[in-house]
Design a protein around this ligand. Structure first.
Ligand code: KG4
Ligand code: ZN
Length: 355
């Protein structure tokens, strides 16, 4: 067994990214390079990501970013073991750009191509950054997804809960818009909330106490909008207080849902399996959420793990790593692999161990 060197490509939304990751035969990982170029400037005038603009921007810069990632890793194409690219879920134009580029490089050098599920990459990032291996309970919170999953192994995911309406990242982005903050919304809300009073507004804590660990954020969003409308024109302090109250409601609701998922996880997993709780995805960068979840984990006897903030948002190191993990399991794809704008993660879920 030799170490594998994998080039990863990420173009599923508004970040163009390439990275080179090394995976040792024992499962240890190391990032040799990771380049992320965001397109926020191009989308900002429209108040959200415009798919057509995103796809064109990926075309314009992806080749150069791949070149730079290889240079920074001090690697040539001939040093690579495989090429991995995100093939879904995401915006179809961008996915096509990344998939075609990855396939072309693999074809040119006769390398295996790995079609990576974007959420699987978020899900496995802690293996690269913290050395955390399955099984673990995962809260996956991004711009488009909010899910609780048991990660049984690479490619084996069991979904416990999901959102019945908006994704958590979406709720942050909509709140940001309401408060007149720019893109990206999540970090802007978090920053403003630091100066606010989280107790000033009593916003709903959605789904509290519900049996199934599902989420809902539409009602909270409406409450935020009503609160903001009543106070219009908003002072700086009003906006900060709304942001802080919103974050407090989110943290309480999410922690309650995760507590329920922890109970289910304990019932599902082997009693001797370590109890691990992982949070990943763009929203996992939120300091207050991390603190609330870390506290919850400690209270419930789970260890708590999250990728470093720089690897919570979209990047290609996680794509290269997911590719390396799949390669180690012998899971490679053909060059006719499809891009899949919609692609559920728990498709291959196997029954839980001991169930
Ligand atoms: O995983 P990600 O980078 O892209 C997707 O796959 O969707 O997640 C992006 C989402 C956005 O909604 C963004 O506002 C949110 O993550 N986000 C945050 C923070 N940083 C990014 N939300 C709350 N607090 C943050 N610090
Ligand atoms: Zn993502």
């Amino acid at each position: 067994d030799r170490p594998s060197l994998v080039l990863g490509i990420e173009t599923s939304c508004d970040e163009t990214a390439a990275a080179v990751v090394l995976r040792e035969p024992d499962g240890a990982g190391r990032i040799l390079s990771s380049i992320v170029r965001t397109q926020w400037e191009q989308h900002r005038p429209f108040g959200g990501v415009v798919p057509e603009i995103a796809a064109r921007a990926h075309v314009e810069c992806l080749d150069l970013i791949v070149r730079d990632a290889l240079r920074e890793a001090d690697a040539g194409l001939d040093d690579l073991t495989a090429v991995a690219a995100t093939t879904g879920p995401g915006l179809i134009g961008g996915l096509i750009v990344g998939a075609i580029t990855g396939k072309a490089l693999a074809l040119a050098r006769g390398l295996p191509f790995i079609a990576v599920h974007h959420l699987e990459a978020h899900a496995l990032t802690v293996g690269l950054t913290e050395g955390v291996r399955p099984p673990y309970l995962l809260l996956l919170v991004s711009g488009g997804h909010t899910q609780l999953l048991i990660v049984h192994g690479v490619g084996v995911y069991e979904r416990l809960g999901t959102t019945i309406d908006d994704a958590l990242g979406e709720a942050f982005d909509k709140t940001a818009k309401l408060l007149g903050l720019g893109l990206p919304g999540g970090p802007a809300v978090e920053k403003l909330a630091q100066r606010g009073d989280p107790r000033r507004f009593d916003l709903p804590r959605p789904m509290l106490g519900r049996e199934e660990p599902h989420f809902s954020f539409a009602g909270l969003k409406t409450a935020v909008r009503r609160t903001a409308e009543k106070l219009t024109p908003l002072s700086e302090q009003d906006a900060a207080d709304i942001a802080a109250s919103f974050q407090a409601a989110v943290a309480a609701s999410v922690a309650d849902r995760c507590a329920r998922a922890m109970e289910l996880t304990v019932a599902r997993l082997d009693p001797l399996a370590p109890r691990r709780f992982v949070v990943a995805g763009g929203v996992a960068a939120n300091t207050q959420l991390r603190a609330a979840l870390s506290e919850l984990a400690a209270a419930r006897g789970f260890s708590f793990h999250a990728p470093p903030v720089s690897l919570c948002g979209d990047n290609a190191a996680m794509i290269a790593w997911a590719g390396a993990e799949r390669l180690a399991e012998g899971l490679t794809d053909q060059l006719d692999a499809k891009v899949r704008p919609r692609w559920p993660l728990d498709l291959n879920a196997a029954p839980a161990i001991g169930a």
